[in-house]
Write a protein of this length. Structure first.
Length: 409
């Protein structure tokens, strides 16, 4: 049949007549409801994976901003970056006043630069105008950052900065044993207060800062189910975080790759703490305990904590005969680099958890000496005894020593 204009065309179908199947083309089968559901679910998963990939790409492009205030925090940022294979990382050092801490931070900053990371040194406490200047200079970077890493959730500086960031991925790295207290308070919905503070932090400055502290605590808490914000914890401490916080174990892989193994000496080394400086332990009791440990275990060196005072260290050197060493790096790196004694003795502190990991396979033993309750001062927090006992009792791979008897001063 020809069309009205004379052109040839396909035959016309009558209304209601089913379409004819073309020869050589297989009949299309109707999909079952199950197939349609499975296809829809697969498509949904594909879209979700695509969104996650795009978020990760945006986060990688925006980069990671890490805030540190101590050498141990910076060490743990480097450990986290090594495990996470982070590349676009800027470390912001909020420099403290203490000369020993500043010196160790500068050495750690050199190591961070050697690893290919950017380091920004901020004199965050250099005068009355320093906080405003520091925060003003960091705000644009905070707005752009896709991920923020912090080392001290108790820091007022860090808490204030957390209220300014739009990052949806927050990571907390260890600030020593304080991580254990942070997780406990976060799980119980408590205010973030350092364990050794007496009185619970209710002074005028605490009350003035309370809104910022509460906002930071909400940012660090797990997001509601389905929320886009994530909170991670990178730790070597034995903690039980609340649901919703993902935990990554710090095994000190970067430290073991970068340093050592150490040369071992025949002597014993004692690790100092800042328990006297924080008002927890009586100075005479502490000195007596150090002298007793040196005598009983044949110790020859005393590795000073960066916060120990010169007057206290002078007394230790003159009254015990120990060689006082002031490390230029965190003890985990010093011990791994060596030389180091075959036995390291510490009071309850971070190193009883970190040194066994950093020194794995070296033959170095780690021991922890309990704090006798009679050594505590009247200014010590009511939580001090329980917290220190928990630090000792939860340490893995260490030898536990009883509190050394100390003669009355």
């Amino acid at each position: 049949m020809s069309s009205p204009d004379g052109a040839c065309g396909p035959p016309q179908e009558a209304a209601g007549t089913p379409a004819r199947r073309l020869l050589g083309v297989p009949r299309q089968r109707r999909r079952s409801a199950a197939n349609r559901t499975g296809t829809a679910a697969a498509a949904k998963d594909t879209r979700a994976a695509g969104r996650a990939a795009r978020r990760e790409a945006r986060r990688a492009a925006a980069g990671t901003l890490a805030f540190v205030e101590s050498p141990v925090q910076l060490l743990n940022v480097l450990e986290w970056a090594y495990g996470a294979q982070a590349t676009s990382l800027t470390v912001v050092v909020l420099a403290p006043h203490d000369p020993m801490t500043r010196g160790q931070l500068r050495r750690m900053a050199e190591l961070a630069r050697e690893e290919g990371f950017s380091v920004r040194w901020e004199e965050a406490r250099g005068g009355a105008a320093a906080p405003l200047r520091t925060i003003g200079g960091l705000t644009p970077r905070l707005r752009r950052a896709g991920r923020v890493v912090i080392g001290d959730p108790f820091s007022r500086y860090v808490q204030l900065l957390l209220t300014l960031t739009r990052a949806r991925d927050l990571v907390v790295v260890d600030d020593g044993t304080a991580t254990m207290e942070f997780i406990t308070q976060l799980a119980n919905g408590e205010r973030l207060v350092r364990w050794h503070r007496h009185g619970g932090g209710r002074g005028p400055r605490d009350l003035l800062f309370a809104p910022f502290s509460a906002a930071a605590r909400r940012r660090l808490a797990p997001a509601p189910e389905g929320g886009r914000r994530t909170v991670g914890l990178f730790t070597s401490m034995p903690v039980e975080p609340p649901p919703g916080i993902r935990v990554l174990s710090n095994e000190f892989a970067w430290t073991r790759r970068r340093f050592g193994p150490p040369r071992l000496t025949r002597g014993t080394d004692i690790v100092g703490t800042s328990l006297v400086e924080t008002g927890v332990v009586d100075p005479d009791r502490y000195l007596g305990a150090v002298a007793a440990l040196a005598r009983v275990h044949g110790a020859t060196r005393y590795f000073a904590h960066r916060r120990e005072t010169a007057a206290k260290l002078h007394r230790i050197a003159t009254e015990t005969g120990l060689q006082v060493v002031r490390p230029d790096l965190p003890l985990e790196l010093i011990a791994r680099r060596g030389p180091v004694g075959r036995l390291i003795i510490s009071f309850p502190s971070t190193v009883v958890h970190t040194l066994p990991l950093a020194l794995t396979g070296t033959g170095v033993g780690v021991a922890v000496c309990d704090i006798d309750p009679t050594w505590l001062t009247s200014k010590a927090s009511p939580r001090a005894e329980g917290f220190l006992s928990g630090v000792t009792g939860s340490a893995r791979g260490v030898r536990r020593l009883p509190a050394t008897p100390v003669r009355d001063p």
